[in-house]
Write a protein that binds this ligand. Structure first.
Ligand SMILES: Cc1ncc(COP(=O)(O)O)c(C=O)c1O
Length: 436
């Protein structure tokens, strides 16, 4: 007990250690001890001006939005380069008007989980819309994209089954495999020879096998090799789940995502996705055959035990899907902006990951320098996301820019110029993407 009362955690030097140091096991008898250390780290990082998380927006998630400056506490209009609202749908007047009508008809919350009293006709309309959008029999809508992945994978896999997961797959997919209790093996990012070797070695020793990948990888912006993944899963009698969180609305002529982009519509066993990025709302979905979707609906804990989406969000999403599917000009603007921005950054000497999407990551390498650059960008009126371990490997810290359809060329040019000067100031070796 004496040790539990120990208050002796020293002041932590936030420039000497990194976030990832806190992921190591601490082995202290007081569970709270690590929180005291981390809190000290946090206070020091804020005081020294390299804490760039949880900045506060005073308006919607638009290309130029009002943000509270963490140093002065004053509002400041900034170029937002960190939003997943790629198509500007969450503040579109037609989406707002549909959300308002639903609010007036149904009220704010749904009052129950879906299987009990939480299914309103508007939820059924959204599920039917999603199933039709993907040309599948059925869809189930979950409270978030995170919960759909955790729930779906843990419902479908169990001990004796095998999950083969791309090393860069989103955390929610990996968390799903942990909850499932199956064996999980990672294949090297986009390395399908490695995946084939794992299938050859392990397929016969397990019951069900699920290959799991992002459609568009959330921290890199590259697109999975869907056609070859489909060939592999068929050759080995496995199933394939693709998370379309960053692909929906973005890839393909009608925004149907990776399948449309790769010319393999309808060939993935199971699609999950989120309604919180290009669709501009909140929630997650699983789309597939009626049998699989109904099974997931009844056995995914995050569906069974969690309240359904509020109707205003669902109403807004129904309007958003009409725009997302049919407003080709908006999607074209987004694609042009993303390609232009990545090209200009590369010309300026930045190391940009192999992206073909609005996710444009500039590799910095070192975690502390990445966080400092994020705040320097802020000082210049640019809101961009520093991404460090565990979201990416330790020495691959990056500034992750997200492009929107409404960014102007002037805004994008300005960001490139500032980024170029900051890399020079922080002596980041531009070609290598790492500090000297
Ligand atoms: C690939 C991927 N899957 C799932 C999610 C989770 O979605 P949500 O934020 O809607 O819970 C995210 C994003 O946060 C993501 O990037």
């Amino acid at each position: 007990m004496e040790e539990l009362a120990d208050e002796s955690a020293e002041t932590v030097d936030s420039e000497a250690i990194n976030f990832h140091d806190f992921h190591r096991p601490r082995h202290h008898p007081d569970l709270w001890h690590k929180t005291r250390e981390f809190y000290s780290f946090l206070l020091d990082a804020k005081a020294r001006g390299h804490y760039a998380y949880r900045r506060t927006l005073l308006e919607g998630s638009t290309a130029r939005t009002l943000v509270v400056d963490p140093r002065t506490g004053e509002p400041r209009r900034m170029i937002l380069m960190a939003s997943n609202n790629y198509l500007d749908l969450c503040t579109d007047p037609r989406v707002i008007s549909a959300a308002r009508s639903a609010l007036e008809q149904y009220g704010c919350g749904s009052g129950s989980v879906s299987l009990l009293a939480g299914t309103q006709d508007i939820h059924r309309r959204l599920e039917a819309r999603l199933a039709a959008f993907y040309g599948r029999e059925a869809a189930a809508v979950f409270p978030t994209g995170y919960s759909v992945n955790v729930g779906t994978i843990s419902a479908l896999l169990g001990p004796g089954d095998l999950a083969l997961v791309d090393l860069y797959a989103h955390a929610s997919l990996i968390d799903g495999t942990k909850l499932a209790g199956c064996l999980t093996k990672f294949f090297k990012h986009q390395d399908l020879d490695h995946l084939a070797r794992l299938l050859t070695r392990l397929r016969q020793s397990y019951h069900g096998v699920l290959i799991i990948t992002d459609g568009v990888f959330s921290m890199d912006g590259d697109v999975c090799r869907l056609r070859e993944l489909i060939e592999l899963k068929e050759a080995y009698g496995a199933r394939l789940l693709v998370d379309e969180a960053h692909a929906v609305g973005v890839l393909g002529e009608h925004g149907k995502g990776t399948e449309e982009y790769a010319g393999v519509l309808g060939q993935t066993d199971l699609i999950t996705g989120t309604l919180s990025k290009a669709p501009g709302g909140l929630g997650g979905y699983v789309v597939g055959s009626a049998e699989v979707v109904e099974y997931v609906r009844h056995f995914a804990g995050s569906y069974v035990f969690s309240t359904s989406l509020p109707a205003p969000v669902v109403g807004g999403l129904l309007a958003a899907f009409d725009l997302l599917e049919h407003d080709h000009a908006r999607r074209a603007r987004l694609g042009d902006n993303a390609a232009y921005f990545a090209r200009r950054l590369r010309e300026a000497g930045c190391v940009v990951e192999n992206t073909v999407t609005p996710i444009v990551p500039v590799i910095i390498g070192d975690e502390l320098i990445t966080r400092k650059i994020a705040l320097d960008l802020h000082d210049q009126g640019i809101f961009a996301a520093p991404v460090t371990f565990p979201a990416v490997p330790k020495l691959r810290s990056r500034i992750r820019f997200s492009v929107m359809s409404s960014h102007t060329r002037e805004e994008l040019d300005y960001v490139v110029d500032v980024m170029q000067s900051l890399l020079g100031r922080h002596r980041v070796s531009i070609r290598a993407g790492a500090p000297p």
